[in-house]
Design a protein around this ligand. Structure first.
Ligand code: AMP
Ligand code: GLY
Length: 423
């Protein structure tokens, strides 16, 4: 079986390594992949947004199954295009990927179907948005409607910050058309939990929960990044919370999408905040999270490709999806300076027999060179979170490249919470 994975980051590397475990797989192509992914798949220099070239490649190479991992191609209709030429694909069609592609769409969906989320207002012109924040309580949260490379959310601590955010999104168009509409919403407080789920539109199976670490510096300080590390499971996601999420959020979301004739199939990601009034949706993503995937998939015991095939045939109900009872920790190693200016092009040395997921690297001869802000993620699994964290940091010490930077406290908050809940 020939499989193609669209995308080229750490998440895609984790998906590819897992798919490789399936005995029926003869070849995996990554479009475009990266220098590190090249160890596990054949990288093809086609950009993840080049839908036409991706579809062409799939046809010419008789691809049996495709996985579209990043948000951009999903929102642009990559699955629709592949399905139109008869290629089985994992991922939502564009009319369902809008759940991530438009925050106005997802907020209106939640309001219409009574799914708990922060209260909000939508603005289509800067003047009324600016007028609104004059009296809105602070902190307040300003979100660009469309995709913005994960940077379209501003938590404004003061009215001045809110005004700046609105002006930069709506007047200066720093996110292009993504900022032509904005959502201004209530600031929520509580621990955050990521829950990825498998769904074929009829059945929804949540995966093991996880916790992202979005800020650049230890102690959750510094700038927002694409994610500096993750742990799974997330101790704040207790059995009671999980049951409540299933009943009030997950199943209602699947049903709402069906009711809107936008049946969602693939991986639906729930970004949740556990507030004092119960769990609420912070965001939906139409895809696997990055770097959540790097801790969730190593704990998956059921064959990933079998699950994906079942989803594309609409028979997820026949699958028993099992996760290990252990824990995982992923420490992201970045280029010092990220998410601002950084330098790269340094040789990476790392063990080959570990779960190291490469995000930003290129190969030059037989060398691997850093080529991005987030360079790689080191994942270890173990029976307990304490052991998984220790193992991950031990493995980090065996990886080296100049200018490497990583947080030293991934999982610390989760461990503290575990101790509190078991007291
Ligand atoms: P996003 O880019 O949508 O993942 O949002 C980035 C981060 O902003 C989230 O992970 C939250 O930490 C924070 N955030 C988003 N919406 C809210 C909200 N309504 N209240 C508090 N924090 C929020
Ligand atoms: N880790 C958050 C995301 O993938 O959007």
């Amino acid at each position: 079986m020939k499989v193609m994975v669209v995308g080229g980051g750490g998440r895609e590397h984790a998906i590819i390594k897992k798919i490789k475990e399936n005995k029926n797989v003869t070849e995996i192509f990554a479009l475009p992949g990266n220098g590190g992914i090249g160890a596990d798949a054949t990288c093809v220099p086609i950009g993840a947004k080049d839908i036409e070239a991706i579809t062409d490649f799939a046809v010419k190479n008789s691809i049996d199954f495709a996985v579209v991992a990043p948000d951009d191609p999903l929102v642009l209709g990559c699955v629709d295009s592949l399905n139109a030429v008869g290629i089985k694909t994992f991922g939502p069609r564009a009319n369902a990927a809008i759940i991530e592609g438009s925050k106005v769409f997802s907020k209106n969906l939640m309001k219409k179907y009574g799914i708990p989320t922060a209260s909000y207002e939508v603005f289509t012109d800067a003047e009324s948005a600016l007028q609104y924040v004059e009296t809105a309580p602070v902190p307040t949260v300003i979100k660009a409607d469309g995709l913005a490379l994960g940077k379209g959310v501003i938590i404004a601590q003061t009215r001045e910050e809110a005004v700046d955010a609105i002006k930069s999104m709506m007047e200066d168009k720093v996110f292009g058309e993504s900022g032509s509409r904005v959502v201004i919403e209530e600031f929520l407080e509580g621990p955050e939990v990521s829950v990825l789920s498998f769904t074929d539109g009829k059945t929804l199976v949540p995966m093991i929960s996880s916790m992202d670490h979005k800020r650049a510096l230890d102690g959750d300080e510094g700038l927002n990044t694409g994610g500096m590390g993750t742990v799974a499971p997330n101790p704040y996601y207790t059995d009671d919370i999980a049951a409540e999420c299933m009943e009030k959020i997950f199943i209602p979301t699947m049903n709402a999408m069906n009711a809107e004739n936008r049946s969602f199939t693939g991986c639906l990601y729930f970004g949740l905040m556990i507030t004092k009034d119960g769990p609420k949706v912070i965001e939906y993503n139409c895809r696997f999270g990055d770097p959540e995937t790097q801790v969730v998939l190593p704990l998956l015991e059921t064959d990933l490709l079998d699950i994906m095939l079942a989803i594309s045939d609409g028979r997820l109900d026949e699958m028993e999806v099992r996760f290990s009872s252990g824990a995982a920790c992923c420490v992201v190693m970045a280029s010092d300076g990220y998410p601002k200016k950084y330098s790269s092009g340094y040789e990476i040395t790392m063990p080959r027999d570990k779960n190291i997921y490469v995000a930003g690297a290129r190969s030059e001869g037989d060398k691997l060179l850093s080529a991005g802000g987030r360079v790689l993620g080191v994942t270890e699994t173990a029976p307990t979170l304490t052991e998984a964290i220790k193992k991950a940091y031990d493995t980090v010490k065996t990886v080296s490249f100049a200018n490497a930077y990583y947080r030293k406290d991934i999982g610390k908050r989760a461990l503290a919470a575990t101790k509190n809940t078991s007291n």
